[in-house]
Design a protein around this ligand. Structure first.
Ligand SMILES: CC(C)(COP(=O)(O)OP(=O)(O)OC[C@H]1O[C@@H](n2cnc3c(N)ncnc32)[C@H](O)[C@@H]1OP(=O)(O)O)[C@@H](O)C(=O)NCCC(=O)NCCS
Length: 175
């Protein structure tokens, strides 16, 4: 699959909204713990992406997308820039998503590399993230050089409502 990466403006997010809704719903429906519960209506996903577009416009968030040759979005990764005065060196990696039809081709690895470039460009030298304990994403972040800081039991409700899931916190220094 021929994939290019692009950093989105708010207008790009609006232009790709249909694909982005599909990407997020695909992740939730695949069982991923990405903040939302099933059933996950398109309107809820649309509201999420509108909020994201506003944060991009406000300079609080960077959104990188993976585009296949036809220009359709098959993946994304976000960098939420900490806004606190004492956190100006820090950012959180969020919503690393690759559509099921495009997984295991190195797209997430490329998105993570691009996120790190964006962090450096924004003067951010500490990246933090959390992910479901035992999920495939844990292997991704470990492979990308992130350090496991610890695990919190019962952190999130399973997306089918059937119990609670632990999360693992990771960090990476970019110096
Ligand atoms: C996690 C996710 C982003 C990986 O995307 P991907 O493009 O398939 O990942 P890559 O092909 O770049 O894989 C990079 C590395 O991650 C690890 N990895 C990815 N998927 C894996 C899986 N299903 N099982 C085990 N390890 C996996 C491997 O170490 C892999 O390296 P390798 O292929 O050399 O073994 C994707 O499965 C996804 O979107 N999942 C649902 C959403 C989610 O959970 N996101 C994380 C939220 S924090």
């Amino acid at each position: 699959m021929n994939i290019t990466l692009a950093t989105c403006t708010a207008a790009d997010i609006a232009r790709h909204q249909e694909d982005l809704i599909d990407l997020l719903r695909d992740a939730v429906e695949s069982g991923a713990s990405v903040n939302f519960l099933l059933p996950f209506p398109a309107a809820e996903a649309a509201a999420y992406w509108s909020k994201v577009a506003a944060e991009v416009a406000g300079g609080e968030r960077v959104v990188i997308v993976a585009l296949e040759a036809a220009g359709r979005v098959v993946g994304c990764a976000h960098l939420a820039l900490a806004g606190q005065p004492n956190g100006a060196h820090r950012a959180e990696v969020q919503k690393v998503l690759v559509h099921r039809r495009a997984r295991r081709q190195g797209i997430a690895r490329r998105l993570m590399q691009q996120v790190e470039q964006a962090a450096r460009a924004a003067g951010r030298t500490l990246l933090v993230l959390d992910t479901e304990t035992g999920s495939p994403a844990e292997a991704l972040y470990t492979q990308m050089g992130y350090t496991r800081a610890g695990s919190i039991p019962d952190f999130a409700i399973r997306n089918d409502g059937g119990g609670l899931l632990a999360t693992t916190l990771f960090y990476r220094r970019l110096s």
